[in-house]
Design a protein around this ligand. Structure first.
Ligand code: PHE
Length: 442
């Protein structure tokens, strides 16, 4: 049977952007940027995105199309036996991410409901902080929503590649963009909001530390869905005549655009309402409701916003689950339904301590981090960059002719950026990421 393909180039771009744009851009980016001093972080993040990020995006898609298979198969086929464990590592990363991602996905569902009931429609910063705090530290509630989000994800994954993912992405992206623009405009008119804009856009390099750099690197990989094989899988469904470089550029730009919009949406509100910029994972959830409270029809906006956020999270979660599920199907010859259900159950189970670590189990730490933070840190800041480096080495040193051909080199034209792509793969990515990883973790 021929491998199924995306309906069109646009379908492919939107689906890949659907994987990339999610909680990383809208939930994680604002609080990590905010914890790391704003402007300087943004610049470093953008620096990584448009060098390593775009190069790795192209390399992953090219690898997938060349091999006509998902990550594990692709590493095996193109790299040989010694490389296959890079694919395994990607599956493991997908598994680990999904377990805590689904917890946060659950928060979005809870916030849809809290918006409907009006519990979070308030401009009182203290109230919003305590609603969030008591919700995430509750031993039961977040787990129920975590289960619900996991179930939704399985539902989409079982719907199949094209129907499920492509259709969902097509209407979500534009709606999300428009919604964010509206919220930014409203937020900017709040008294004090411009301090937030200044914080976000004025680089203060005295705040830059090793942590800033690795957080920016990790977030670039996380928010672009790189370094674990998701884009390899998506690339394997791309038709021969779709241009990978231009698709990759679109996906990277759209995602970065959403990250920046999210920053402009959240940070001005942080300053206008006097929230703590270093508040952490609750930032988007506690500040946005305050903006809604100041809007005509704010409650409706709140409901729509959290629905869009939930769907954005869902399209990303689907790509995580797909990597893990197709691994079980290809390697262990499982059927799709049991593969998805069994993996989802295991991810759910691992998500339980992650969720509890934000409340009752906050005392249990390893290397100073609770389970949630530990999962987040090891995947984003260690394993994904590592996966990216290994891919770069494979692409640059071992299978460059295939990658070169997939990126348009087979048409015989001279492509101006191709030497840069090769240099990033062979030297820049391994050296830079190597130094950052070693510096921060040893
Ligand atoms: N990029 C997704 C997000 O930002 C998360 C993700 C990472 C999805 C890796 C797939 C693979 O929400």
């Amino acid at each position: 049977m021929a491998r199924s393909q995306w309906g069109s180039r646009l379908g492919f771009i939107l689906a890949a952007a659907g994987s990339a744009v999610g909680l990383g851009a809208i939930w994680k980016f604002p609080y990590v940027a905010s914890q790391n001093g704003g402007g300087a972080f943004l610049l470093i993040f953008i620096g990584f995105v448009f060098t390593l990020g775009i190069a790795m995006m192209m390399a992953e898609m090219a690898l997938g199309r060349a091999a006509q298979s998902g990550a594990v198969g692709a590493y095996r086929k193109m790299g040989g036996k010694r490389w296959v464990w890079v694919g395994y590592m990607g599956v493991l990363v997908g598994f680990l991410i999904m377990s805590f991602y689904s917890v946060v996905g659950g928060w979005t569902i809870a916030y849809i409901i809290k918006s409907v009931t009006g519990e979070v429609i308030s401009a009182d910063a203290k109230h919003l902080g305590s609603v969030f705090g008591s919700f995430v530290s509750d031993p039961v509630q977040p787990l129920v929503y975590h289960a619900l989000f996991m179930a939704l994800t399985v539902g989409v994954v079982l719907g199949g590649v094209q129907k499920g993912i492509e259709n969902l992405s097509k209407f979500l992206m534009p709606a999300l963009f428009v919604m964010m623009l509206v919220l930014i405009v409203r937020g900017l008119f709040l008294p004090g909001a411009l301090d937030g804009v200044a914080y976000f856009l004025n680089p203060d390099f005295s705040k830059v530390t090793g942590k800033t750099v690795i957080d920016a690197l990790g977030l670039a990989f996380f928010s672009l869905s790189l370094g674990m094989g998701a884009m390899v899988a998506y690339g394997s469904y791309v038709s021969k005549d779709t241009s990978i470089p231009s698709s990759a550029l679109w996906v990277v730009s759209l995602t970065t655009g959403v990250c920046i919009l999210a920053g402009l949406m959240v940070l001005p509100a942080v300053f206008a309402f006097g929230f703590d910029p270093a508040a952490g994972p609750g930032l988007t959830f506690i500040t946005m409701p305050a903006v809604f409270a100041k809007m005509v029809g704010g409650q409706l906006f709140a409901v729509v916003f959290f629905i869009l956020l939930m769907v954005a999270a869902l399209t990303s979660a689907v790509s995580l689950m797909e990597v893990v599920t197709s691994f079980m199907i290809d390697e262990f010859h499982m059927k799709r339904v049991p593969a998805a259900l069994s993996m989802a159950s295991l991810m759910f189970v691992l998500g339980v301590p992650a969720s509890l670590s934000l409340g009752e189990w906050s005392g249990y730490t390893l290397f100073g981090k609770g389970v949630f933070d530990l999962l987040d840190y090891t995947t984003s800041n260690i394993l994904m960059p590592l996966g990216g480096v290994l891919l770069a080495i494979l692409a640059g040193w071992k299978i460059w002719p295939e990658i070169h051909a997939q990126l348009g080199g087979d048409r015989g034209e001279r492509i101006v950026w191709m030497p840069a792509m090769k240099a990033i793969s062979c030297f820049v990515a391994p050296a830079l990421v190597g130094v950052i990883l070693v510096y921060n973790n040893l």
